[in-house]
Every structure is written in structure tokens, then in C-alpha cells.
Design a protein around this ligand. Structure first.
Ligand code: SAM
Length: 217
């Protein structure tokens, strides 16, 4: 365990040195919830590597740099209402909960991963993340409107329900592009008058977002 943590600390230091982790808050979140707590035993020894790793059901836990980029972009503050789409292992949701210090809602479409994430979160001692089974492309109306929605799978276009469920001034962070592993990381800002401004933050590679407002199965 200590050796895993030492290696993880070095990964966090590397991400800071590279300028990817910029804030004290994201650094603290990464140190509080190391990635090895959210992978199967056989992958723990690889969890400090800055690349995606397999999780059950043919899905992936994102690379540390990708998660850091999205969290820095999200500029999360205590008290913000955040929805995550694509729970996977539960790692990013744990980090979000550390940053907002309140209940976080995260949606996953694969039942096996809902169970996997719940187990990981429980073992990591995370109490304020609610994992919901469903199609995240439709958002999660019961807890809307959101300050920030973070989507961790690649969409063909920006799903309308997600923009609708943002507060005025709220932001949606979402990879949009092709089905196979190339998307642009978009920040969709909902203005006070309901119009949107879209900023691009470069190329990324995610598994597909599958659902009513995403890719078809
Ligand atoms: N955030 C995750 C983590 O911290 O481990 C990694 C997410 S993984 C790259 C993308 C996840 O999105 C997969 O688990 C996949 O099943 C899920 N997904 C794809 N389409 C979805 C949808 N419409 N609703 C909810 N989850 C979806």
C-alpha cells in the first residue's frame, strides 16, 4: 500500500510539474483519492501510470492527466451542484465530491459498473456520491439545475437535455467528435439569456457516450 502511495505521489508531482494540475484543490483531491483505490487488484500496480486502464464491461478509467485537465477546467468550488455522466470506476466522482464538499450525482448505463463504482466508493470511504443507473444523455432532472455537468464519454454532439439542465452561467464539459477515440473537449457555457458559448480545449480520446442523445448501441 505504501509503495503504491509513494508511486502515486510521484505521479501527482509529475502532473504538477507539467502544469496539468494547477490548483492546490485538485492536487489535494488527487492525494486524497489515489487512482489505485478504483481499479481491480491486478491493475493496482499500474494505476500510477499516466494512461487509461481497463475496468469491467470493456470500459476504461481515464488517464490521470485527462481527469486533471477536466477538473481544472471545471473550476469546482465547495457547494456547487455537479452531475457526472459516465461513472465507470467512481474515481472522478470521488474527486468531484472532494472538491464540492456536498452530494454529487453520477450516472452510469452499465449495471455491472454501477456495482463496481459503489464498491470502490464505499471502500474509499466516500459517502456523498450517489451512483444512478441510467442513460446520462438525458441528464438527471430530479437534481437539476446544475452548476457544472462533466461528461466522461465521447458524444456525437452536445445533448440538448444537458444544456437545459444547466443553471444560467453553468458549464458543461464534454468530449464531442467521432465514435472511435477522437473528440474535441468542449466547454459549453450557458449564458444568462439562455444562449450558449462554446470553447474548445483540444483533442481527447474517450469511449463512446451511448444513449438517446448520444451514439446508438
Ligand atoms: N469517469 C469514469 C471514472 O472515473 O472511472 C471513467 C468513465 S469511462 C471513460 C466512460 C463511462 O461512460 C463508461 O463506464 C460507460 O459505460 C459510460 N457511459 C457511456 N454512455 C453512457 C450514458 N449514456 N449514460 C451513462 N454512462 C454512460
Amino acid at each position: 500500500m505504501d509503495e503504491l502511495y509513494e508511486k502515486w505521489k510521484r505521479t501527482v508531482e509529475m502532473l504538477e510539474w507539467e502544469g496539468i494540475i494547477k490548483s492546490k484543490e485538485v492536487r489535494e483531491a488527487f492525494l486524497r483519492y489515489p487512482r489505485y483505490l478504483f481499479v481491480e487488484d491486478r491493475y493496482k500496480k499500474y494505476a500510477h501510470l499516466d494512461e487509461p486502464l481497463p475496468i469491467p464491461a470493456g470500459q476504461t478509467i481515464s488517464a490521470p492527466h485527462m481527469v486533471a485537465i477536466m477538473l481544472e477546467l471545471a473550476k469546482l468550488k465547495p457547494g456547487m451542484n455537479v452531475l457526472e455522466i459516465g461513472t465507470g470506476s467512481g474515481w472522478n466522482a470521488a474527486l468531484i465530491s472532494y472538491l464540492v464538499k456536498r452530494d454529487v450525482y453520477t450516472i452510469e448505463r452499465i449495471p455491472e459498473l454501477v456495482e463496481f463504482a459503489k464498491r470502490n466508493l464505499e471502500r474509499a470511504g466516500v459517502k456523498n456520491v450517489h451512483v444512478i443507473l441510467g442513460d446520462g444523455t438525458k441528464g438527471f432532472p430530479p437534481k437539476a439545475p446544475y452548476d457544472v455537468i462533466i461528461v466522461t464519454a465521447g458524444a456525437p454532439r452536445v445533448p440538448d437535455p444537458l444544456v437545459e439542465q444547466l443553471k444560467p452561467g453553468g458549464r458543461l464539459i464534454i468530449p464531442v467528435g467521432s465514435y472511435h477515440m477522437w473528440q474535441e473537449l468542449l466547454e459549453v457555457i450557458k449564458k444568462k439569456d439562455g444562449s450558449v458559448e462554446i470553447k474548445s480545449h483540444g483533442g481527447v480520446a474517450f469511449v463512446p457516450l451511448i444513449g438517446e442523445y448520444g451514439w446508438k448501441e
